[in-house]
Design a protein around this ligand. Structure first.
Ligand code: ACM
Length: 654
């Protein structure tokens, strides 16, 4: 029963109780005065469901309410910050937050129990009685959005904030500057937007090395930004702005060329019209630092976030290596190379942010030339960078491209592109199940390191997301998997259960008109006909033993260790063969990797299930031969130890 409630993330502890609570237009909210903002948000949602005004009364008014939702606070609850307790009982719903954010999280749980479509068809809805005690595993539950490559209306961002809140995500990492566009109004430097917010062309879908020749651009005014920050704050979401430096800065340098490496041959900065990594980086001049500090001063005035993201990724060193001025700075500062100049650059910015009582976050390249002490590293490439930061005592946010880049395909590329060029993605493959399977704490070797992992974040890089519909397509439903791995400890995760709940949650997306994708379901771990297959080997990743006999050519079994003599794979057929048949077993992966094929082994059959008769030896990773009618079982027997692992493709019996 608990499994069927469409809650994502799943609460940490949920117990079903007897009975139910009936919510209707007569239900009123009784609230602690510190929760007036949260109460208004809940009341608004209930009004949309019932079509009638919801009554809210402050807690101290002892008015008798026949049907109530009570919102309360209790800092003594033995929960992490952001935790809450909730009961649904026939007399009412009670949500008690450890803090205000916790009460808000509890409200989201309640909203997920209500009907997806508004207004309700019936005048009331019955909620199952239950008790929940819930708290987040991670404090940083983030979603990133690149508004540099493409620009989206602020109204869409507000809706996105709502949807993040619905899933208890709490950090919106707003990527505001790029080679292809500067999107934040800076009063002191108006050309950043007058020039930097517009480009002359964009690659069309389907041809990334081409140009559409259309002028494109836009930016957010400071007034709009303040409104979004306040909107997010009311929903317990912190907006972490990102101002890219020293690289991904071509648009800013095009607007103010004096802050680039002006002394290099062919210097001619432009707002970029193609994707990829571009050479324009800021010059290490005192005027440039003043310029960046002025920008960051306005940024800090707009964004109350403790963390300010300064990019730091993909800053080519070619211009610094060409620039006489940059080389003089390296000499003056005793820097060995351009990597150390990058680190010098980052450290100066870190110091400036510290003077404003802010903390620097940067992509994992901020370790080039030495990681600044108090910096938080956002790990996007190899997990070894996380290890490196943890060793140095720095905090990390896990945002690895292999598991958390939502610009990757979520269904097979051929299938997507057959629907139209607008389904193009940058590349990669991240089905919802793969994201769900990611453990943000996988790099932690002990409890101390676990605590240095602040959380996990999904990335939406938008080269291939020209409009908001495409952003939705890439974000949903994968955002649900992200939310669950950010909220639930690893031992509480369960993909099959999540997948059932996701069907319920997708009804909310559909009711809101979100242009979601259809999740790609991983192949079921079942044999094709109910035959039983087992092995003495262990399974690597998701490559279940059943995949060796599931009727699908694109799945396979993969054993995740070296082989010992007498290791086996045994297939017991659902019913004995009625005629002579030919069996074939093909093992091995790509030849270039030497195989993972079976070097020494026998293919055997049995008619009584216990006496085994050899059909053939494996040769070049393959065995085949004829087996008699009445055969009940097949076995692959390893006859000598081997160093390589083992891949077994579909076993065929014809
Ligand atoms: C990145 O994807 N360049 C952080």
């Amino acid at each position: 029963m608990a499994q069927s409630l469409p809650l994502i993330p799943q609460p940490k502890v949920l117990q079903k109780q007897e009975g139910s609570f009936v919510l209707s237009a007569a239900t009123a909210i009784r609230f602690d005065r510190q929760l007036s903002v949260e109460t208004a948000i809940l009341a608004d949602k209930i009004e949309r469901l019932t079509g009638e005004k919801t009554r809210s009364v402050a807690e101290e008014l002892r008015i008798m309410l026949s049907s109530e939702i009570a919102l309360d606070l209790d800092s003594s609850l033995a929960l992490k910050p952001g935790g809450y307790e909730m009961t649904v009982a026939p007399r009412g719903v009670k949500i008690t937050g450890k803090d205000v954010a916790g009460a808000f999280a509890g409200i989201q749980t309640l909203l997920q129990l209500l009907p997806a479509a508004a207004p309700m068809a019936e005048k009331s809805v019955s909620l199952p009685a239950l008790k929940i005690s819930d708290e987040p595993e991670y404090g940083w539950r983030g979603m990133h959005l690149d508004c540099g490559r493409h620009f989206y209306p602020i109204e869409e961002l507000k809706k996105f904030i709502d949807q993040m809140a619905f899933h208890k995500l709490n950090v919106f990492h707003w990527h505001l500057t790029e080679d292809q566009g500067w999107r934040i109004e800076i009063k002191k430097y108006p050309k950043l937007t007058a020039v930097g917010a517009f480009r002359d062309s964009t690659p069309p879908y389907g041809n990334r090395n081409s140009d559409d020749g259309k002028r494109y651009g836009g930016f957010y005014t400071q007034e709009q930004i303040k409104q979004l920050v306040a909107y997010a704050s009311a929903r317990h979401i912190t907006i972490v702005p990102e101002i890219e430096l020293p690289g991904h800065a071509a648009a800013a340098i095009a607007a103010y060329p004096q802050f680039g490496n002006t002394d290099i041959p062919g210097y001619n900065p432009k707002v970029m019209t193609r994707w990829g990594v571009h050479p324009y980086v800021f010059a290490p001049k005192e005027e440039t630092f003043r310029f960046l500090e002025d920008i960051l001063t306005e940024v800090c005035d707009l964004f109350p976030s403790k963390f300010i993201h300064i990019g730091g990724d993909e800053a080519p060193k070619s211009q610094w290596n060409q620039s006489k001025f940059a080389k003089e700075v390296m000499q003056r500062e005793g820097l060995k190379n351009a990597d150390e100049l990058q680190s010098y650059f980052i450290r100066r910015i870190e110091k400036f942010l510290a003077s404003k009582n802010r903390s620097l976050v940067g992509w994992d390249e901020i370790q080039e030339g030495g990681l600044p002490k108090s910096a938080t590293m956002m790990v996007w490439r190899d997990l070894k960078w996380a290890q490196h930061a943890l060793d140095l005592g720095n905090n990390v946010v896990m945002a690895p491209n292999a598991y958390a880049y939502l610009d990757h395909y979520q269904r097979p590329v051929g299938e997507e592109l057959s629907k139209g060029a607008e389904f193009e993605a940058i590349g990669g493959f991240l089905p919802v199940s793969k994201l769900y399977g990611y453990d943000p704490a996988s790099v932690a070797r002990n409890e101390k390191e676990r605590k240095q992992i602040l959380g996990v974040q999904g990335q939406l890089w938008t080269e291939y997301m020209k409009d908001w519909k495409k952003v939705e397509y890439m974000a949903f439903p994968r955002i649900a998997a992200l939310a669950e791995i950010a909220w639930l400890p690893k031992d509480k995760k369960n993909y099959e259960d999540f997948r059932v709940r996701l069907d319920g949650v997708m009804k909310f997306y559909d009711a809101l008109g979100i242009n979601r994708a259809v999740p790609l379901d991983p192949p079921q771990k079942k044999t094709k006909d109910g035959s039983v297959i087992e092995t003495s080997l262990n399974v690597h990743a998701d490559h279940a033993i059943e995949f060796a006999y599931d009727g699908r050519a694109n799945t396979f079994f993969w054993a995740g260790r070296e082989l010992k003599k007498d290791d086996h794979i045994t297939l017991r057929l659902k019913s004995p063969l009625t005629a002579v048949a030919r069996v074939t077993v093909q093992t091995g992966g790509k030849a270039s990797q030497n195989g993972d094929r079976l070097e020494k082994g026998e293919l055997q059959y049995s008619v009584d299930g216990s006496t085994w008769i050899k059909v053939a030896d494996f040769s070049e990773g393959k065995a085949s031969g004829s087996i008699p009618a009445q055969s009940k079982a097949l076995r692959v027997l390893v006859t000598a130890p081997q160093k390589f692992w083992l891949i077994v493709h579909e076993m065929t019996i014809e």
